[in-house]
Write a protein that binds this ligand. Structure first.
Ligand SMILES: [Zn+2]
Length: 284
């Protein structure tokens, strides 16, 4: 699943391509594509509501993409497992997983002429939702999100960890605790800080928690700079792969030697998710 750096890369790709453009037509190719319209906007449909609106801004909150439209409406997108936005020449053959096509008013010139946006989703868990701006942050999935890991201070992070003791791995995955981390960056940051994924969040020293905060920050910054980690199917808006996967030391490294001590990285189920860690460097 794309996590904060991958979603941020998509957001930046969308900013470069669709801001300022006006939607001329939207085609939902595959009916099961999860498009949702706020109750207050019905009976207007997803397609009719988008027509004629201008793209004002694209931003990110956790793993959510927020495309702000003219007329106080926001297209709220979650890529889930395999959702992608592709900015492609209209003439490229449409793939069966291109579920929603967004055509823009022609400007007749410039690099954007002859291109459109596609929401492609092989597994079809992705969601596209339309809400009036003033209802958006009341919605489940946005209302309860925890702080952004790149914004939160070390002091606040320490306080959050100590407030409610729980195992680190599930805590870091919990979007209401901190927004945007998933398996990749949770495993990598715990590995870098040498904290066992089952350890309780209030057990390390203050110094250790500050160190973990710093590793989360550094890993996310580096991954954004490298345009994300292309594990599974992730690629950016122009189809480009990220390169942070080359720097993964715990995630997807089961059986490989630990870069600190040489012992084999293990993978263990914790709750419903698995965690990758070094049993020697990350002691319980
Ligand atoms: Zn080790």
């Amino acid at each position: 699943m794309p996590e904060l750096p991958e979603v941020e890369t998509v957001v930046r790709g969308l900013r470069d391509t669709i801001i300022g453009q006006t939607i001329r037509r939207v085609q939902v190719q595959a009916p099961p594509a999860s498009t949702v319209v706020a109750e207050s906007l019905k009976p207007a449909t997803f397609v009719s509501l988008l027509r004629g609106r201008r793209i004002l801004e694209v931003s990110r909150r956790g793993k959510n993409i927020l495309i702000q439209l003219s007329g106080n409406l926001t297209l709220w997108v979650h890529l889930k497992m395999t959702g992608h936005f592709f900015y492609r020449p209209i003439s490229d053959p449409v793939d069966k997983h291109d579920l929603v096509l967004f055509d823009f008013e022609s400007t007749g010139r410039g690099k954007n002429s002859g291109f459109h946006l596609r929401f492609n989703d092989y597994r079809r868990f992705g969601r596209l939702r339309l809400y009036p701006d003033d209802e958006l942050f009341e919605q489940e999935g946005l209302a309860s999100l925890g702080p952004e890991p790149l914004d939160i201070s070390a002091d606040d992070f320490v306080m959050m960890c100590r407030r409610r003791p729980r195992m680190f791995k599930p805590a870091l995955l919990d979007q209401t605790f901190i927004a945007g981390l998933g398996n990749i960056y949770a495993d990598e940051s715990l590995y870098s800080a040498r904290i066992h994924p089952r350890r309780l969040t209030d057990s390390p020293s203050r110094r250790k928690l500050v160190e973990l905060h710093g590793h989360i920050w550094k890993l996310l910054e580096k991954a954004i700079r490298l345009m994300g980690a292309s594990v599974d199917s992730y690629v950016g808006v122009n189809g480009q792969t990220g390169s942070f996967q080359k720097y993964l030391r715990a995630y997807n490294n089961e059986g490989n030697p630990c870069s600190f001590c040489g012992r084999k990285i293990v993978r263990e189920k914790i709750g419903s998710r698995s965690a990758h860690f070094c049993p020697r460097c990350q002691r319980l």
